[in-house]
Design a protein around this ligand. Structure first.
Ligand code: MN
Length: 227
């Protein structure tokens, strides 16, 4: 048995509906610009291929916890996303087999320090500080899933005002394609989460805001931004 020079942290985890056991998070991959209208609002072109970035596993904020307003930004943005939780893995997974890796789905928000992201884009710097900061991935409980993937409404409101609304079916790359593409770049494994992109309407949130997101058939997420 391995002995450690420091006590290792327990893995980050997400609750699962109807289970007392929790889902252990291995890593978090995220797709950029996977809905055409959001791609255009960010200045992209519909012909650009989607791309991936990552957040650390411990960026997840379990449901019911407040999200602290992060330091070094004055422009924190919400991005509502459908999240895929994997029970299987592999590399170069064929599209036809990709949905067989799915344990379930959750509702997540890809929080973004937009001012740092815009500065990084301008300088050609990496996005880690803009995307992968502490508590940057609030998430609902995972709903276990068999069969056809969610296709319905995805929406987010702030203080009761609708900000984002779209259809999962409008993704440029569908869920099977996202998983297959990710597996070309990384060896996927049980415990991986994939944030699958956001529809248009991203915008700022501030301390005190109440953020509510939902994906039809998958669930709801609600959190308060704390100072
Ligand atoms: Mn995103």
């Amino acid at each position: 048995m391995t002995s450690y020079v420091l006590p290792p942290e327990a893995p980050a985890s997400v609750p699962v509906e109807g289970e007392t056991a929790v889902f252990p998070v291995r890593r978090i991959l995220c797709v950029g610009r996977n809905y055409a209208a959001h791609r255009r609002e960010m200045g992209g072109d519909d012909r650009d291929p989607p791309f991936f970035f990552a957040k650390p596993a411990d960026a997840v904020v379990p449901p019911g916890e407040a999200v602290p307003y992060p330091p070094r930004t004055t422009d924190l943005h919400h991005e509502i996303e459908l999240v895929v939780a994997l029970k299987g893995g592999g590399s170069d997974v064929p599209v036809e087999q990709a949905l067989g890796l799915v344990y379930g789905y959750a509702v997540g928000v890809d929080l973004t320090r937009r001012d740092l992201q815009n500065a990084a884009k301008g300088k050609g710097h990496p996005w880690d500080a803009a995307k992968g900061f502490d508590a940057s991935a609030p998430i609902s409980a995972i709903r276990k899933w068999d069969g056809a993937p969610p296709q319905g409404r995805i929406a987010l409101s702030v203080n009761g005002q609708l900000r984002q609304e779209g259809q999962v079916a409008d993704m440029i790359w569908n869920l099977a394609e996202v998983i297959a593409e990710a597996s070309k770049l990384w060896t996927l494994a049980p415990g991986d989460l994939i944030f699958t992109g956001t529809p248009e309407g991203v915008g700022p949130i501030v301390p005190g805001d109440v953020v509510e997101g939902e994906v039809e058939g998958v669930g709801q997420l609600k959190f308060t931004v704390s100072a």
